[in-house]
Design a protein around this ligand. Structure first.
Ligand code: FES
Length: 111
């Protein structure tokens, strides 16, 4: 999806997210987790694709986030489901940094 189809929302400041402490934010009804990994910020759907758990309550290790409920792991950079019981990837979102603001791009609302 190109930038033209996205609407960017400022959701947090860079100081609010660390490698150990992701941040849960919402844009409208979407729950999104913001992560810092290797100096880059990433945004993923915050609801586990297996059942219902907030991924930002999970555990971060080796570039992956582990679901706090049943332990499925997802790649932070891509959202890819790495281990069972999850088989569906977490949706990734585009991230832009402007000054100290973290902006997340979501599809524009239909008119
Ligand atoms: S809810 Fe995340 S692995 Fe089951």
């Amino acid at each position: 999806m190109t930038d033209a189809n996205l609407e960017f929302h400022a959701v947090a400041t860079t100081s609010e997210v660390s490698e150990d402490e992701p941040k849960a934010v919402s844009i409208g009804r979407m729950d999104i987790g913001i992560y810092l990994l290797d100096g880059e910020y990433y945004a993923l759907d915050d609801i586990c694709t297996h059942a219902y758990a907030l991924m930002t309550d999970g555990y971060i290790e080796d570039g992956a986030i582990e679901c706090p409920l049943h332990g499925a792991c997802f790649d932070i950079k891509s959202g890819k489901a790495l281990t069972a019981p999850a088989t569906i990837d977490l949706r990734p979102y585009e991230v832009k940094i402007e000054g100290d603001q973290i902006l997340v791009g979501v599809p524009k609302a239909e008119d």
